[in-house]
Design a protein around this ligand. Structure first.
Ligand code: 3DU
Length: 212
């Protein structure tokens, strides 16, 4: 089963809530990040809880361990069920995110390699593999890996055996769901759904991977 996760990077409150509501039956989770939270407010997390879907906080937490802990506490107190943190900060910072997450019974995902072209300057090759290994050592629930590079996802899969890979980059960034969905546990899709003429139809079309 490959989950479908909507990246709700919509900055207009009414539109965001309507999109989430209409697409919800075809989704497994909703990912919220800075665009939505900074424009609409953290209190929106409680409003979105009505959709009865897990909410993932994509704040790419990347600070010293103590600050990471304080951030992750705020994330779970706000009503999220998962958090995404960066891994380049090193083992102690990842561990702080994982430990705080487990205090709340949530899930923590670590960005191993990003999906955009510039990612190859730093987040690539052995560095990404190293981050993925650290994430596993720290007890993270999984990693984020790029749908734009299925070969890299395949390589990272060997490291994160038994845990999850969530993968953004499908559609607007050029990733092909037919190539990636079989390799991962969840695809994260934003613009290909929320900018579509018919977002519900777009979500339904991507929903077909849930049985693959
Ligand atoms: O390109 P889309 O519109 O489908 O959005 C992808 C989402 O996933 C967006 O929220 C972005 O911030 C997030 N993301 C990546 O695209 C790539 C990463 O490596 C990590 C997160």
């Amino acid at each position: 089963m490959t989950e479908l996760i909507l990246a709700l990077d919509v900055t207009e409150k009414k539109k965001a809530l309507a999109l989430a509501h209409d697409c919800a039956p075809h989704l497994d989770a909703i990912k919220l990040g800075y665009p939505f939270i900074l424009s609409c407010g953290l209190s929106m997390v409680r409003e979105l809880e009505e959709e009865d879907l897990p909410l993932i906080a994509d704040f790419k937490v990347a600070d010293i361990p103590n600050t990471n802990r304080l951030i992750v506490e705020q994330v779970f107190d706000a009503g999220f069920s998962s958090v995404i943190c960066h891994g380049f900060t090193g083992k102690d910072s990842i561990q702080a995110c994982v430990d705080t997450t487990s205090d709340y019974g949530g899930a923590c995902f670590v960005v191993a390699e990003m999906s955009h072209p510039g990612a190859t300057e730093f987040f690539h090759g052995e560095t990404a593999a190293h981050i993925a290994r650290l994430a596993m050592e720290c007890g993270a629930d999984g990693i984020i890996a790029p749908a734009t590079r299925p070969d890299r996802v395949r390589m990272l899969r060997d490291i994160v055996k038994g845990r999850k890979i969530l993968s953004p980059g499908i559609g607007a960034q050029g990733g092909d769901p037919d190539r990636v969905a079989v390799l991962v546990d969840g695809i994260i899709v934003g613009r290909a759904i929320y900018e579509a003429k018919d977002p519900v139809a777009a979500a339904m079309a991507l929903n077909r991977f849930r049985s693959s």
